[in-house]
Every structure is written in structure tokens, then in C-alpha cells.
Ligand binder design. Structure first.
Ligand code: SF4
Length: 389
């Protein structure tokens, strides 16, 4: 890279809408752009989804999509275009076709929701309707189709999209940057999984219940998931997101020991016993999370979040509920979450969940422990249902 290119890249500002599958891939993009020589301060994400964001920056930019999480992306685009103190040069909005999932190799495929994948082109249209807002603000809209589940294809996809936008870009350095992106994402995921394991160890040691969230990545966005899990945590129940459940083989073999012994599954990540058409990465992970929640003794409650009864979510509602409830684990579902947080009704439901958790958790832990091997890797000494609470 020439000195001139290096200097130009150091000044380049990239804005990324913090929406949809960016919630579980943001570290990939940070690692990728930093490896190309962009300053971390110049890779900016839009803020959490909010009514104000939509009102101020996305109003009048709506397109045809009726799916709420996708509609909200207009506000993120507008904030990146109109709401920055220092103008961005690139609005980078990847059309993520497939996701790198921890279930890769154990599911039919790892595809993103098609509406999520197509969202960048859809939302962009709202900013071209009367005039080309991108051209007017000298911002390049870059929306490459990216197959994160197929790492070998990614360098070419990103090189083709960014060539001519990132000064002096070469294919070999793009490949190195992609490797850096995957490594950064893996390190971030491992860190969060280690923290989830710490929560589980504490629950096992103290015989305390925790709650598993079964939801899509965008429900981590306070404006989409309405922080329902935070309200539950404030009641004293630690929260585990399925996306960051620990994947240590020792722990997973303990959780799925009976299923493996009976030959129901060949590997702890298998989900074909409950979900044969395993094409969607996020749906696959939700089904796997339901199996985990059903088995882990200290997960005494699972909450399912869904924004819109779409064709992706609808078929999984009943299986997920049945998997969790058949184990005796509490199950609560918040469906059709939309823009307005119905604060009153969410508060009442959180109070209800908290009441059931307090009343039923000791019995649920005891009942689930009876099915588990006492040699639990979360504890140094064996655990059994007969230990005093
Ligand atoms: S899974 Fe459903 S609600 Fe979520 S983005 Fe896709 S279409 Fe919308």
C-alpha cells in the first residue's frame, strides 16, 4: 500500500447500521476494517433503535416492508447520513446471506432471514425516492452480499464491493482482513461464552435459577426487544442469551449425555431430532437453545421473543414451546413486539414471570437434576437433587 493510500484510509469514515444481524457480527466488521488500516474511531455504528431515531431520521423514508425490525433500519440509515458530527464516507450495510453459526456442520444450512438479507437494498430505496441522498451527501452506499458461513467466498465478495471505495485495496489484503474479522468475532464470542459459563457456575454452586432468552440477534437491540430480559434481571434472575451459551465440549456432553447414550443425537449440536428443516441459522440456534434450556437444571425459565408472526418465526413457535415445557421448565412468550413498549403490560408480565420463578424454581432445579449425571463440570464436587438447597 502506498503512503498516500495509507493516509487516505486513516481518514476514511465508515458508518454501519447497528441493526438486524449486525448485532451478532459487529466484531467481524470492526476487525475487518481495522485490518485494512481504518482507525477504530472512524468505524461508527448507529445508536440503538428508538422512536426518536425513526422520527428524526427515518420519517418519510419507509418502503414496502411490513416487518418491524426491517422497517426500523430507515432510522439507522438516516442517523448515519444526517446525524453525524463528522460526515461518513461509506455507509456500509452488508447483505448477510448466511451466518457463521456454532451449529455449522450440524444443520442443513445457515441462511439469514431473506427479509434481513435484502433489507439494505430495500431501505436504500427510501433514500433515493425523490433524489439520491447518498450522492448529495457524497456517501458511498456499499451493500455487498456476504456469505459469512462460507469464509472462502468472503474475500472476493468484499473486495468487489470495496474496490474503488477503499483506496488502493488489493485482494490479498482483503483476504487477510477477512481472517482478522473472523478472529475478532471468535474472540468476542469466546469472551461472552466464558461469562455465561461463570453465570452457570454461580447458579450451580448457589442453587440459583437463571433465565434463557430464545430470540433473534436483533432482540438484543433495546428498541426491538424492549429490554424485557433486563427487567427480569433487575428482579434478580441472571440472563443467558442462547447465542452466547458456552460451547465447551465437556459441558455440552454433560448436558446431552442421555440423548447421546440413547442415540437420539450423535453430537450435542445436532438438532435434527427436533427440527429437520434446519436451513435458517437464527431459527436453528433458537431450537438448539430450547433444547439446552430444557436440560440445564438451573435454567428454570425460557422466554421467547418474536417481533412479527412471519413465515420464519411462525413454524418454530410450537416446537420451541413444547421442547421447553415438556421438561417442566417455565416458558413465556412475547410475540409481535412492535415499536411501542407497552410498559404497563410488560411490567405485569415480568412480575408474573418473577412470581413463578420464585415459587417454582427450587422444584424445577431438583426435578431436572434427577435426570443428570452428578458429575457436573460446572462444579468441583458432584451435584445431586438431594443436596440441600
Ligand atoms: S425473522 Fe421475521 S420478523 Fe425477523 S426480520 Fe425476518 S421476516 Fe422480520
Amino acid at each position: 500500500m502506498s503512503e498516500a493510500d495509507r493516509a487516505a484510509r486513516a481518514k476514511l469514515r465508515v458508518g454501519i447500521p447497528k441493526a438486524l444481524n449486525v448485532w451478532t457480527t459487529h466484531q467481524f466488521w470492526l476487525g475487518f476494517f481495522q485490518s485494512l488500516g481504518l482507525s477504530p474511531r472512524n468505524v461508527v455504528f448507529s445508536s440503538d433503535t428508538s422512536d426518536e431515531q425513526m422520527r428524526e431520521f427515518g420519517s418519510g423514508r419507509g418502503t414496502v416492508d411490513c416487518c418491524y425490525p426491517v422497517k426500523c433500519v430507515s432510522g439507522h440509515y438516516g442517523e448515519l447520513i444526517f446525524g453525524q458530527k463528522r460526515k461518513i464516507d461509506i455507509l456500509f450495510s452488508p447483505m448477510i446471506y448466511s451466518l457463521a453459526s456454532f451449529l455449522d456442520g450440524h444443520a442443513m444450512d445457515s441462511l439469514a432471514c431473506p427479509r434481513v438479507m435484502a433489507a439494505p437494498e430495500n431501505i436504500k430505496a427510501g433514500f433515493l425516492r425523490e433524489k439520491d441522498v447518498f450522492a448529495e451527501n457524497r456517501i458511498a452506499h456499499v451493500a455487498p452480499l456476504v456469505t459469512l458461513a462460507e469464509p472462502k467466498l468472503v474475500p472476493r465478495q468484499l473486495f468487489d464491493a470495496l474496490q474503488g471505495v477503499v483506496p488502493g485495496l488489493g485482494i490479498e489484503e482483503t483476504a487477510r482482513a477477512v481472517e482478522e474479522g473472523y478472529a475478532t468475532l471468535a474472540a468476542f464470542n469466546e469472551n461472552l461464552r466464558a461469562r455465561s459459563r461463570e453465570i452457570l457456575e454461580w447458579c450451580a454452586r448457589e442453587r440459583r435459577p437463571c433465565v434463557m432468552v430464545l430470540a433473534r440477534p436483533y432482540h438484543m437491540d433495546p428498541g426491538i426487544g424492549h429490554e424485557i430480559e433486563a427487567d427480569l434481571q433487575a428482579c434478580g434472575y441472571p440472563i443467558l442469551w442462547l447465542q452466547y451459551f458456552p460451547t465447551d465440549p465437556e459441558l455440552l456432553n454433560w448436558i446431552f449425555r442421555a440423548d447421546l447414550a440413547e442415540g437420539l443425537i450423535k453430537h450435542p449440536f445436532d438438532i435434527d431430532d427436533v427440527w429437520p428443516s434446519s436451513y435458517s441459522a437464527n431459527t436453528n440456534e433458537i431450537l438448539w437453545g430450547a433444547k439446552v434450556a430444557a436440560r440445564v437444571p438451573w435454567i428454570t425459565c425460557a422466554i421467547r421473543l418474536a417481533s412479527y408472526e412471519c413465515g420464519m418465526d411462525q413454524p418454530s413457535f410450537t416446537p420451541v414451546q413444547q421442547i421447553v415445557e415438556r421438561s417442566g421448565t417455565l416458558f413465556f412468550s412475547f410475540q409481535e413486539l412492535d415499536s411501542t413498549k407497552a410498559a404497563g403490560s410488560v411490567k405485569i408480565r415480568v412480575e408474573t414471570i418473577s412470581y413463578y420463578l420464585e415459587r417454582n424454581s427450587p422444584g424445577i432445579i431438583e426435578a431436572k437434576l434427577r435426570h443428570m449425571d452428578p458429575a457436573c463440570p460446572l462444579l468441583r464436587r458432584p451435584v445431586s437433587a438431594d443436596l440441600p438447597a
